[in-house]
Design a protein around this ligand. Structure first.
Ligand SMILES: [Zn+2]
Length: 407
């Protein structure tokens, strides 16, 4: 057994949680029931069982019971909600040039967030140190104890082995291959940690929006091009090894001999990623003062209607569209989201994707499809991380962990 890092991840040590308790918590967390009477009615559990489990959850500081403001005759009804003391989740969406970090409560409300200026090429130790320090800073700013963080989630711009919590063969990320990212986060926060692909988190964030329709396919254009797939049931489809959606190194139709960072030629990423588009226009990606210099210059040129800049965006849209049309034929998504900094500049990239998808994919697959940029904009990834973290917290194992008191 490992002692010393202060956190035991061995699930065998966790006691099993009564089905009744899980049912009670489920009804309150989902908002389906807010009182003991309602829980009994909806769950079919006898009132004494409901009472016992509610008392247990209130006693552990997970639920709170307060008097309702509603004016009714007699005793005011008592309302059950998640306690603000139940804990928080800490999420980082790491991109190549800058990262976003956020703290959310267990209802998914963002308590604090900020952008962190750290480059992925600095290597995992520096990125993890910086992200950890900022997450701890945010926790203290919003008055929450680091000991009450229930789950950490980190998104990385690379294919991720979700079970083992690291990236196996990233391109352009020196030092990251095989580095135990999830284990390191576990030690730092003394709670469970998950690592996932950034496009997966973006897809999950978008799919969790109220009006979103699934299946949902999300293509993220950033330092590379990646995709995330959310099934009709709202689950991420990661594939056998976590590599599903790693579309950046599929050979693009107009790929020619464009050299890619992976060593192959003609990959989609070598044509339509942010660095590829900037390189074609002769715009440097970053300066020492401004990591996002390239995107800002490109935004200015697009706003001025500079023909080369607009054309480069449209071409990237067409290149991505060719692959997107194949994916639409394969998965028949109800929603296709195209995200990343280039898609936010103007509609040219999106209309390029749209034109190819409608032309190439079959009518049945496109008759009801919605093609758009992320509703959540650049926050989509961080929101997806929060959704994933909270699902873990309220999984049977997560609840068991809460009940033994070690988050
Ligand atoms: Zn490649």
């Amino acid at each position: 057994m490992h002692k010393g890092d202060g956190y035991e991840s061995d699930p065998v040590l966790l006691p099993s949680v009564p089905v009744g308790l899980r049912r009670v918590l489920d009804l309150v967390v989902s908002g389906e029931a807010t009182s003991r009477a309602e829980i009994a009615r909806r769950s079919g559990l006898v009132r004494t069982t409901v009472g016992k489990q509610v008392d247990h959850l209130v006693g552990r500081g997970i639920l709170q019971e307060t008097e309702s403001n509603e004016s009714v005759r007699g005793r005011p009804p008592r309302v059950l909600t998640l306690s603000p003391e139940a804990g928080t989740v800490a999420v980082a969406d790491v991109d190549t040039l800058a990262s976003q970090v956020a703290i959310a409560d267990l209802r998914g409300r963002v308590l604090a967030r900020e952008t962190v200026d750290v480059r992925i090429a600095a290597g995992p130790e520096i990125v993890l140190d910086t992200v950890t320090e900022r997450l701890r800073g945010l926790l203290s700013e919003c008055g929450h104890d680091v000991g009450r963080v229930r789950q950490v989630v980190m998104g990385l711009p690379a294919p991720v082995d979700f079970q083992r919590g690291y990236t196996a063969r990233p391109t352009g990320m020196p030092g990251w291959a095989g580095y135990p990212v999830a284990d390191e986060l576990r030690k730092r926060f003394r709670c469970p940690a998950l690592v996932d692909n950034d496009a997966n988190l973006m897809a999950l964030g978008e799919a969790s929006q109220e009006q979103a329709e699934t299946p949902l396919l999300c293509i993220k254009i950033s330092a590379g091009v990646g995709a995330g797939i959310v099934t009709a049931g709202g689950q991420l489809y990661r594939g056998a090894d976590g590599a599903a959606g790693d579309i950046g190194h599929i050979r693009a139709t107009g790929g020619g001999d464009a050299l890619c960072s992976c060593g192959n030629v003609g990959c989609l990423s070598a044509l339509a990623s942010r660095p590829a588009v900037l390189r074609r226009l002769g715009i440097p990606e970053s300066t020492d003062e401004d990591p996002l210099h390239g995107v800002r210059v490109l935004a200015g040129r697009v706003a001025d209607n500079e023909p080369n800049a607009v054309r480069a965006l449209r071409q990237a849209g067409t290149d991505v569209g060719e692959i997107a049309a194949m994916l639409v034929a394969m998965y028949n998504p109800r929603t296709l989201v195209v995200g990343g900094p280039l898609s936010e500049l103007r509609d040219d990239l999106l209309s390029g994707v749209r034109a190819v998808v409608y032309r190439r994919a079959l009518a049945l697959a496109t008759s009801k499809i919605t093609i758009s940029t992320p509703r959540l904009g650049e926050s989509a990834g961080i929101h997806g991380g929060i959704v994933l973290a909270i699902r873990e917290v309220f999984s049977p194992q997560g609840i068991a962990r809460m009940m033994v008191g070690s988050p």
